[in-house]
Write a protein of this length. Sequence first.
Lengths: 301, 235
Amino acid sequence: MAKNMSPGLFIQLIVNALTIGSIYILMVLGLDIILRGTKILNFAHGQLYALGAYIMFLFFQTLKLDFTLSLILSGVALALVGALSYLGVFAILNRRFTVSSTFSYRLLLSAMASVGLMMILQQGTLLCFGTQELGILSPFPQILEVGDTRISLSRLVIIFLSVAICIILYLMMYRTSFGKLLRAVSYDPEAVTLQGVNTFWIFVACFALGSGLAGLAGGIIAPLFSITPSMGQNIIFITFLVLLVGGIGSYRGTIAGGLLIGLLLSFGFQFLGSAAELIVFMLVIVILIFRPGGLLGEAAE
Amino acid sequence: MLLKINNLTVQYGKAEVIKGLSLEVGETEIITIIGANGAGKTTVLRAISGLKPPASGDIWFRGSKISGLRAHEIVRLGISHVPEGRRILAPLSVAENLEIGAYLIKTKRERGTAFQNIFDHFPVLKERMKQLAGSLSGGEQQMLAIARALLNQPRLLMMDEPSMGLSPLVVEQVGRIITDINNRGISIILVEQNARMALSLAGRAYVLEAGKCVLEGEAGALANDERVKHAYLGG
């Protein structure tokens, strides 16, 4: 297959891989913060991403706000949606659990509740924005040309913004007392309660932060892809896939997994067409057979 | 009385784990609760610290009722709980564990003083500040757990099995730390399977069997009681 691949095409495919890979990474970081912090496997995560894209459309395209400001607002709006979702769905569900509810029972029930939340968000989005595809005119339409290589600036901006968000997130998790509390609660909420921390609000914050990241991912990608009501469903499975491949609870694993799946899909679509997804899913099964905890996950030995 | 428990009942589902327990802790006193595995010792501590709300009965601390309050509120009133198995935050550094321990200390200056105090008593923690808490030895982890609890500036410290999994030499060291903390005017509830150690440290003791207090009294007297000797001291 490499015979007819020019260096220009190769570089383009790498850039494409980095673009989608960095979006996957943002999505998985959010999903992972929610999963480890609140023990909820959030199926609505893809829908939060879609809503982020719609809100980006609203602020940037309709209200003509500044690009960066619109993006920040998308993140904040989705963090708010996340916090309300936690308070309105999962916090109430949590009160129904008793000491005899096993961990897997809680995980299953909250996952089912998140499927319900996904449907509510999806229908809500449809009601507000309609069924037609929307598009945002990229504020960075320039194409960079070096020799026979053509790269759209838009994609480079997406990669840059994703990296910036990852760095900010890392600094927040490891340098601020808020981040330390999030990590501590993810490990042992009861031990943290015993230090006088009202962990309930940390759970709310985890859900808000994770949802905000999904909103940012949706907002960042909005100028590149068309915005459709089903965009959430398309990404949620890949997000789960990256989480499993990279391993739960490992930043390095998430980054490795996101880039790997990004590369496979980018090159796969070019040379195999729609069979690419099939190949990727099969490859993931093989990886999980040999490394059930993911490439670098907590459960990996 | 610093702490007073009246007729406490705790249930897990339909099972009654504590059945009508009454207990008192005086100012600057060490009491111990001994009993076999599953007697309900840990549950008593969890009920006091608010991790497990009681089914009935009430708990009073310094004259106000604390049963029904949530765990994070009870800590603020001056009861610290070192839970069973230490429960240190293994993936966080020792420094981060202590920072979370100092959550209730709001000003930087007070925090500095509190940390200095901790380092005076546990110099080994100062050397280990940057290390992950999970990489500490069992004894060091226990010291971290105790240090973290002391940062809440408690009037009453509850310790669940502090000797668990430690070598005899370290158990002795933990015993000295407990006496030392008590000498600073902090009351202690010690829950132990190692009844010999517990009875040597405590002033008074309660013997728990299947959720009920079957025997209570002065620790020295209980240590010589035939039933206690037979059941808990291997004699």
